[in-house]
Design a protein around this ligand. Structure first.
Ligand code: F6P
Length: 357
């Protein structure tokens, strides 16, 4: 009997199902009497014993299906060591369910927070394999996370659509792109769709420079301007505030997000009509693109091999085009951010894209 558990945790994304399928197909073809237990809704299922024995049928036809067949939830890492409202010790409960089922290992698909809890469970003695999921691409130790490329497609399509209407109406358009505290998705979607200005959390912007770039385009006869703005973009002034002060500023702001504040300022100072479009969770939805399908099939298959080798405690990463086992203890808790002077930013600046700095 070869028995494993599996769960998907944190914000969902495309290709979670593709990755689970890769793991299960890789094992099913090579081990006898495989049993796969799926825990529902992330760590919640592991804590409260909400699981089911999955069948081959569950993994059939899911390569192209978005979301996750197991469901997901956010269980903040910082609360993992705290008892729940009924006094239940969550870590002990997770261990107990793992041992009760006599699992050989637990495959955990998730982003940064999920990875920290995966590492905690590893420290507690559980055999863990982590697969790096997130549209934000902010997991340290892997070149790309799954979901990222599919989300670029969606953000890019949005900006493409906005481009034509912005041009017809000579408007400034801000497309607010997801990414939490990092700018990978905005950078790639912005470059891919020919955005004129790209604002990232890693490069605090000077609103005067943003306005100057828009005015320059107007002087050149370009009546419209497209800005790709990361949801976590921050001005140079705000970057000087403490975390607490900035949080308070956002909470008390009359604007729903930083994009609207930027649009307001642009409209007032340039006299050009400025609009905001927020594709939001669309960026996490729908089918995985072919790149993510391939990435997840490879990561899943590599995870299956790691499991058969009994080599646990790793994230299965993609580094320089090759799958790689990266020890969780080396990466958990680290965030991969865009480096402000990296080659891609320099190249983007060379062709005239402004980062507002
Ligand atoms: O981590 C993925 C992500 O989509 C981020 O880009 C975004 O900030 C966050 O999740 C949104 O989370 P929720 O779905 O909980 O609102």
């Amino acid at each position: 009997m070869f028995r494993i558990g599996m769960l998907t945790s944190g914000g969902d994304c495309q290709a979670l199902n593709a990755a689970m399928r890769g793991v299960v197909k890789g094992l099913a073809a090579n081990v006898k009497d495989l049993e796969v237990y799926g825990f529902f809704n992330g760590y919640k299922g592991l804590i409260y014993g909400d699981y089911r024995l999955l069948t081959n049928q569950d993994f059939s036809g899911i390569l192209t299906r978005g979301g996750t067949i197991l469901g997901s939830s956010r269980q903040p890492f910082k609360l993992m060591r705290e008892p729940d409202e009924n006094g239940l010790d969550k870590v002990e409960a997770m261990k107990s369910n793992y041992y009760k089922l006599n699992l050989q290992c637990l495959v955990i698909l998730g982003g940064n927070g999920t990875q920290k809890t995966a590492n905690l469970l590893r420290e507690e003695g559980l055999n863990i394999i982590h697969l790096p999921k997130t549209i934000d691409n902010d997991i340290y130790g892997t070149d790309f996370t799954f979901g990222f490329q599919s989300a670029i497609d969606i953000a890019c399509n949005t900006i493409d659509c906005i481009h034509t209407t912005a041009s017809s109406h000579s408007r400034v358009f801000i497309v607010e792109v997801m990414g939490h505290k990092v700018g990978w998705l905005t950078l790639y979607a912005g470059v891919a769709s020919g955005a004129d200005i790209i604002l990232l959390p890693e490069i605090p912007y000077d609103i005067k420079k943003v306005i100057k770039a828009i005015n320059r385009r107007a002087e050149e006869g370009k009546g419209f301007t497209i800005l790709a703005v990361a949801e976590g973009a921050i001005s140079k002034e705000d970057a000087k505030l403490s975390k607490k002060e900035y949080k308070k500023k956002l909470e008390t702001s009359k604007f729903p997000s930083v994009s609207y504040e930027i649009a307001d300022r642009i409209q007032k100072e340039t006299g050009i009509e400025a609009r905001v479009t927020v594709p939001g969770h669309m960026q996490r939805g729908g089918s995985p693109d072919p790149y993510d399908r391939v990435l997840c099939t490879r990561l899943g298959s590599a995870a299956a091999q790691a499991i058969m080798d009994g080599d646990y405690g790793n994230m299965i990463a993609m580094v320089d085009g090759k799958t790689k086992r990266v020890p969780l203890e080396k990466v958990a808790g680290k965030l991969k951010m865009v480096e402000p002077d990296c080659q891609m930013i320099q190249e983007a600046k060379r062709i005239g894209i402004s980062f507002g700095d």
